[in-house]
Design a protein around this ligand. Structure first.
Ligand code: SF4
Ligand code: SF4
Ligand code: SF4
Length: 314
């Protein structure tokens, strides 16, 4: 009998759902064993009855629940709580659901500052009041990861997660397991570049500057990106993004890891650890533009990013 699956997107961009489709041929093998009872990206399943005739939001019961996206408004909370109530094993899919993701960069600002800028302050905006309609869900105080609101059983990080990881986690559940996780190792642990433990001198290069590498040669002939003086978050980021293809996905494309898989373990402090890693090879963390945002690019949930207290006027 196929396993019932419910899928939902909260504060999401649909990239995680595209990643499910990108499982490709392996998905064709999995599909006969899965019965998607709810998946708004594919099926127009209404929350309040197919004719809008119900008073309460309802998602069908399922064994496995998958949610992408973080929590940004009251509707997201409502849907997430319903997913938790109706599913036995809940998977947080993607960095938004697992860590808050890119939208949680907004956590550096108070909601009223954001609304002021978006609806009145931005030069390209015709000034208007904040939205105030019962059908527009209210914002939460911060953009949160799913596990800040409900219990999550399995976390599949990545922006987006590698399709192989999604297939692996689903296969584990179909085999009767109730958990799945990535081994705790860093992106650097899977990176074959040359390391000399010493960075080039000078301020940290911006991402639009060129790295040095020979496109005719393999990664094992390229020097570590941090050692070339450009920030690479590999030392503090959980490995796994490349699936079975080996080297970290961004480094394969000759660009720096931006940390999309999040910290190597729960409770880690990637910003502090990264500053230590930088200092140890002679990089100057103070020369990094927009340091707090860059080092917490995908992990602004869990209180990692919050508005700074106003500085006293001198
Ligand atoms: S994790 Fe990335 S791909 Fe997935 S919903 Fe968030 S922004 Fe989109
Ligand atoms: S810092 Fe980046 S380039 Fe250097 S080893 Fe780690 S992942 Fe590879
Ligand atoms: S290299 Fe880093 S940013 Fe790039 S996909 Fe892997 S974890 Fe994400």
């Amino acid at each position: 009998m196929p396993v019932k699956v419910a899928e939902e997107w909260l504060n999401a961009c649909a990239g995680c759902e595209i990643s499910i489709l990108n499982i490709g041929d392996a998905l064709l093998d999995l599909l006969p064993e899965l019965d998607f009872v709810h998946i708004p990206v594919l099926i127009d399943h209404k929350y309040y009855g197919q004719r809008g005739d119900k008073d309460t939001l309802e998602i069908p019961e399922a064994v496995v629940g998958i949610v992408s996206g973080g929590v940004r408004n009251e509707e997201n909370i409502h849907v997430l709580e319903e997913m938790r109530a109706k599913t036995q094993i809940l998977i947080a899919l993607g960095s938004c659901a697992v860590h808050g993701g890119i939208p949680a960069q907004a956590n550096m600002f108070a909601s009223d500052e954001i609304f002021e800028w978006v609806f009145r302050g931005s030069p390209s905006t015709d000034a208007a009041p904040d939205p105030d309609h019962p059908n527009v869900p209210k914002w939460t105080a911060a953009c949160q990861a799913a596990d800040e609101v409900v219990k999550v059983d399995i976390a599949i990080p990545g922006c987006p997660p590698h399709p192989e990881l999604i297939a692996e986690a689903i296969t584990a559940l179909l085999e009767g397991k109730t958990s799945w996780s990535l081994p705790e190792k860093s992106v650097c642990d899977t990176c074959p570049v040359i390391r000399e433990e010493k960075s080039s001198e000078g301020p940290i290069k911006r991402c639009f500057e060129n790295l040095e590498f020979d496109p005719e040669q393999g990664l094992d002939k390229m020097r570590c990106i941090n050692e070339q003086g450009m920030l690479c978050l590999g030392p503090v980021t959980l490995a796994g993004c490349a699936g079975s293809s080996g080297a970290p996905r961004c480094v394969q494309a000759r660009t720096a890891c931006r940390g999309c898989f999040g910290p190597i373990r729960k409770g880690a402090r990637p910003m502090v650890d990264m500053m230590g890693a930088m200092t140890s090879i002679g990089m100057d963390p103070k020369s990094l533009v927009d340091r707090r945002a860059i080092m917490n690019r995908y992990i602004g949930g869990h209180g990692n990013l919050r508005p700074l207290p106003a500085r006293p006027v001198r």
